[in-house]
Design a protein around this ligand. Structure first.
Ligand SMILES: Cc1cc2nc3c(=O)[nH]c(=O)nc-3n(C[C@H](O)[C@H](O)[C@H](O)COP(=O)(O)OP(=O)(O)OC[C@H]3O[C@@H](n4cnc5c(N)ncnc54)[C@H](O)[C@@H]3O)c2cc1C
Ligand code: FES
Ligand code: FES
Length: 404
């Protein structure tokens, strides 16, 4: 069972397919169709919603792409959609600003823009053009051009007034505390399950008991299997409620980053010590994706075009792994994971057969010695990383700040 606030309404879900995204949940289960689907792959921002999480005695608001977020990750949080902004018959100031500045034409992208502007307004004390462009970089509009939308951002941030979310904040904090997870939760429907542990030890036990499970962090990669490839993920273990895996610690000798720390949270720590890494993270996807995507997921997806691993390798980062009670620390290094990498090597060597399919007689035969040696030296795309539920990345700190 999971619980969360849908704005101010308490939702309790016992039996729900854990493959349901927040977008489909809103549109098909709750009947709130204000949030739109454009691409279902995290690119257009039409599905942007805001999620509120406890931050001490305050609520911290962040944008997410609801098309790539599974409902299980809402456990203990507050979900705010475009329908929740209008209050007592009056548009919210960000909605009014979009009207005043003519920021909407066809309107399909507008709910997503409104939610990005709402989170921007909540997290700002005045208008900052850089922060505005950053906040809107994950929202695509083909109709208005961005100038009127940026004008709306300026109006909304400059004329910020306390709203209903400020008025209810203390109450929201109390209610979020009341539903804060206290033990491993589970969302299931038939054979499909998503387990939500709270500690690394519980995660290690659950993963040992369910070795077929897929680890779910931000889901910005994993959810594409459902939304783009129409596969089902029968068992998932969500790591986003494990506080130990979200910690970022800066000591005299190292920066330790929990595998489930959001990329947005890594940004500050890393950019302070390594300005170039900060620059890279700044270009990494969009704010919505960085708010939900994690460093552990970026390593775990073993993508040959993942942005963080090359830098971690260059920085000599160490990765702490755990499977069951076995722990290991490994220096980050490159794995050959893609066919494209093979092709690139061959092309550099001038091998013109790079793109030709291998003739049938040259295919590897089961049990051939060649096959087993290849397997040893080339971990498959998924198998190696998914055995590392509690990866921590440690980079040693430079004695002096590198120049930019
Ligand atoms: C629109 C869009 C833009 C993107 N842009 C970029 C970009 O610019 N650069 C880039 O590098 N990537 C990009 N990505 C890919 C993705 O956002 C990142 O790789 C992100 O860091 C993945 O993190 P996550 O927490 O969402 O991973 P998830 O989707 O939750 O997981 C990804 C994989 O890692 C595994 N995994 C998760 N946590 C762990 C763990 N602790 N231990 C072991 N395995 C684990 C999962 O089982 C899964 O196989 C983009 C994705 C989208 C949708
Ligand atoms: S529908 Fe396009 S980002 Fe979600
Ligand atoms: S108003 Fe048409 S896509 Fe944005």
């Amino acid at each position: 069972m999971i619980q969360f606030l849908l704005n101010r309404e308490l939702r309790t879900e016992h039996a729900l397919d854990p493959n349901v995204t927040v977008l489909n949940y809103l549109r098909e289960h709750v009947g709130k169709t204000g949030t739109k689907e454009g691409c279902a792959s995290g690119d257009c921002g039409a599905c942007t919603v805001v999620v509120g999480e406890l931050d001490g005695e305050r609520v911290r608001y962040r944008t997410l792409n609801s098309c790539l977020t599974f409902v299980s990750s809402l456990h203990g949080k507050q979900l705010i959609t475009v329908e929740d902004l209008k209050h007592q018959g009056k548009l919210h100031s960000v909605q009014q600003a979009m009207v005043d500045c003519h920021g909407s034409q066809c309107g399909f992208c507008t709910p997503g823009f409104i939610m990005s502007l709402f989170a921007l307004q909540k997290n700002s004390t005045g208008f900052d053009k850089g922060a505005t462009l950053e906040a809107l970089a994950g929202n695509l509009c083909r109709c208005t051009g961005y100038r009127p939308i940026i004008d709306a951002a300026e109006q909304a941030c400059c004329q910020k007034q306390p709203d209903q979310f400020d008025a209810f904040e203390a109450d929201t904090v109390t209610r979020l505390k009341a539903i804060a997870p206290r033990e491993t939760a589970e969302l299931n429907s038939g054979d499909k399950r998503c387990l939500v542990p709270l500690t690394v030890a519980d995660l290690a036990d659950l993963y040992t008991a369910n070795p077929e499970a897929r680890l779910l962090a931000g889901g910005t990669d994993l959810a594409l299997e459902v939304t783009q490839f129409h596969r089902e993920l029968p068992v998932m273990i969500y790591v986003g409620h494990i506080e130990d895996m979200k910690r970022i610690e800066v000591t005299d000798s190292a920066i330790e980053i929990g595998a489930a720390a959001a990329l947005s949270d890594c940004y500050e720590a890393l950019s302070r010590e390594y300005p170039d890494f900060g620059e890279l993270l700044h270009r990494f996807a969009s704010l919505q994706i960085r708010n939900q995507g994690t460093l552990g997921g970026n390593i775990g997806n073993a993508s040959p075009i993942g942005d963080a691993p090359p830098l971690l390798i260059a920085l000599g980062a160490q990765i702490a792994l755990r499977q069951g009670n076995t722990r290991r620390t490994r220096r980050s290094r490159a794995y050959k994971v893609s066919k494209r990498l093979d092709d690139d090597h061959r092309r550099r060597r001038g091998d013109r057969r790079a793109h030709r399919p291998a003739p049938a007689k040259r295919r590897w035969k089961p049990n051939s010695s060649r096959r087993s040696s290849c397997r040893a030296s080339r971990p498959t795309r998924r198998s190696a990383p998914t055995r590392c539920p509690s990866a921590w990345t440690t980079t040693s700190r430079p004695s002096a700040r590198p120049s930019t």
